[in-house]
Design a protein around this ligand. Sequence first.
Ligand code: GTP
Length: 294
Amino acid sequence: MSNDNTHNQIHWFPGHMMKAIKAIETKLPIIDVAIEILDARAPLATRSTLLDRLLEKKVRIVVLNKVDLADSNITKDWVTYFENRGCAVLLARSLTSKMKPQLLALITSLMEEQVAKQRTKGIVNPKIKVLIMGLPNTGKSTFINNLLQRKVTQTANTPGVTRGQQWVKLNPMIDLLDSPGILPPKMDDNRVTMILVLIKAIPVKHLFLEQMANFALIFLLTNYYERLMKYYEISFEVNDINETTLLQYFTLLAQKYHLKVANVGDNTHRAMNFFINDLQSGKLGLISFEIAPK
Ligand code: GTP
């Protein structure tokens, strides 16, 4: 197992998180609606609780993005979870469905009272200012492109690329700051790190392939056992999960799919990559990595 390697690979700088939060904080005074983009498969792993205090007085929308990849039964519970905590929820398939009508309707209804108040104060054309924020790869650019009906290919999928900030009109009343707040991923919790790698919020590092593959296999054995058994048809007793039996599983997977590496005795690493790719590309079905706490 590569626990030590993992620690060498991952450097979590609380300073990065504070810097990102500060950058968002400076934009907040003029913001009316704060939109947090979360990955529907792992909403808590992709959420920053540090924002809670800052966003306390804002109208808040949680966008559960990539619902097309998540387990829909679990997604339902997440909607309830966030609604119970004072956030409106929008389920998004940013790659495939037009999100603008739903978002505009939601913002308009959430802001109805405030807009009416402004009108009574004599403001003829009240404005609503919206900011989007989220972790890398949660789909912020895709979501904004979707709203603005730009081609997704026009923006590079490169974390940390800063574009000039500008306001764009979503409709005559609603303006969106066309530069999302980017939060660094949380890396202080090993389970969260594994989930973030599996949903591709952070890249796979070769050195913790084994640890990640084992994490993913244990997760599927525990939560999606039938599906796993049906897909690969390799039997595995759930009451027999340990390092040795997990390795046996990957050895069997390598044999079954003829995953050989020239001149290398151990083909299990290929099986691990193969398994993780199947999981990430949806071959094992729609999967959620976190269950909403009751
Ligand atoms: P950074 O620029 O790193 O901050 O990422 P971002 O949050 O802007 O994410 P981006 O829009 O670049 O999307 C990341 C990946 O997720 C891309 O490969 C998108 O095609 C994909 N993606 C975004 N939204 C969805 C969605 O709703 N469903 C699916 N299946 N994929 C999505």
